[in-house]
Each structure stands twice: as structure tokens, then as C-alpha cells.
Ligand binder design. Sequence first.
Ligand SMILES: Nc1ncnc2c1ncn2[C@@H]1O[C@H](COP(=O)(O)OP(=O)(O)OP(=O)(O)O)[C@@H](O)[C@H]1O
Ligand SMILES: [Mg+2]
Length: 256
Amino acid sequence: MARVHVIANQKGGVGKTTVTVNLAAVVADTLGGTADHSPVLGVSTDPQASMLEWAQRVGDALPFDFEQCHDNPALLGKLREIQQYSHIFVDTPGSLEDESILQTVLTQADDVIVPLEPEPMAFSPATRSIQRVIDPSGVPWRVLLNNWDPRDGESDLNQTRDYVRARGWPSFHTVIRHYKLHTRASAEGVTVVQYSKNRTAVEARQDFLKLALEVLGTGGAPRHAGPDNGLSNSDGPRDCSDSGDGDNGVIASGKG
Ligand SMILES: Nc1ncnc2c1ncn2[C@@H]1O[C@H](COP(=O)(O)OP(=O)(O)OP(=O)(O)O)[C@@H](O)[C@H]1O
Ligand SMILES: [Mg+2]
């Protein structure tokens, strides 16, 4: 059974999509897989579909399987029934309007990663998300400091760490630094595993490798481990959008 990792913060632009794509990419790249099957599925539940556009630009080089699933709440509520992946990384919307999508996806989550930019303006919307939606879900969650530019010095970073600590929020040791490479990656149709081999690219990739170790290193069995419900669909179709023909895609029952 897959472990479902949800990346959530209802503040827009904090790096949810950046983290989802690059974390899924390093995990898929590390765990390997075949041309036909990746051990990792990336899911976008964001109606704005920026992850879909990014995935399409990467094309065949995308190291994980991908599904755009925002328009089918019933299916979003079955993510944990997908059988053929080891890890599922779920991008969520950056708006309060789409809270029901987030609520539904959280029922499927084994853990939640909450990206937070180290700038005080970002604190209060993140606090709202954590207190109103993420923490009440009962799913283990951790804050991830993202987009810190070392050239700006450590003041904002330390202030953010103090804020996180003062609230008793669990957080990742890893900080994802700001790199232009990350900002350009979507438009250029690459993920962190396709960056070139120069020193900056290696450093940028290293942050996501460290994060992957932290994410995968915790927890054992999936939180939702349960009896085999026969919902495996190794031969099932791959599109989980609501096509109106009853096609449940990766979360289909696979039963004829
Ligand atoms: N570590 C980083 N280094 C450089 N740029 C980054 C980094 N993280 C995010 N960005 C950039 O910040 C912008 C917002 O990131 P992203 O789209 O991932 O946020 P989001 O939380 O998914 O936004 P939304 O809420 O709109 O979905 C993008 O231009 C992205 O390239
Ligand atoms: Mg996004």
C-alpha cells in the first residue's frame, strides 16, 4: 500500500507545487522503476493545474506517474486505495475557496508537509491553515521552510524558526534554499533530477534529497493500513479525471 504524502498550505505561492514535483522526482529517481511503472505517483488536486502544466512540459522524462484529479471529490477520497505505488505525493490548492478539496485529501494522508516561506508576512495564513484544517485532521504534519535565500542572511530564517518553535510546531530539519533553477524549472520542463551537473545544481538537488530522507525515514506502515479490499488495479486505466463514463482511473476498482 502506498504512503500518501500531502503538501498543503492555503497560502498561495509558498512552494507547494515546487516541493511536490521535486520531492516526487527525487524519490522516484532514487527508488528506480521501469519505463512502464514508477514506484511514485504525483497527484495534483489544484484546479489551477500548475503541476499538470509542469508535468506536460517535462513529458516522457518525468520520473513519476502523474494524475490531475481536482474535479472528482469522490475519487480524491479514495487515494489510499491505490495499490501499485510505494509513495503518492499530492499537491493541493493555495486558496481558501478550495478547502473542501484539502479536507477530502487529508482523509487519505499518511503525513502532511506544510511549506512555509521564511518571511513574516507568510505566517498568519499558514497558521490559519494549520489550526483550522491540518492539525484537526489528526494526520501527522511538519512545517518545511522553503525558498530561503542565504544571500539575504539568517535573520528572517531565525525569526521563522523562532515562530515555529514558539508554537510547538513540528518541523523538518532540512531547509529548501532559493535557487533560480527551481524558479525556472517549470517553464523549462525539468525537475530537480534533470538539472545539469554543475555545483549549483548539485546543491539545489541536495536539499530535496535531504528532505526525501526525512520524509521517507519516518513512519513505518501506512497510517491507513487496513484489510485488502480487493481494490488493486494493476491493469487499470490511468486517468482519474471525471470523464463521465465511470472511469475511475488509478483509483478504480479494476474489476470488470
Ligand atoms: N526553493 C525555491 N527556489 C526558487 N523558487 C522557488 C522555490 N520555491 C518556490 N519557488 C517559486 O515560487 C513561486 C511559487 O511556488 P509554487 O508555485 O511552487 O507555490 P504554490 O504554493 O504551489 O503556489 P499556489 O498556491 O499558487 O499553488 C514559483 O515561481 C516557484 O518557482
Ligand atoms: Mg501550486
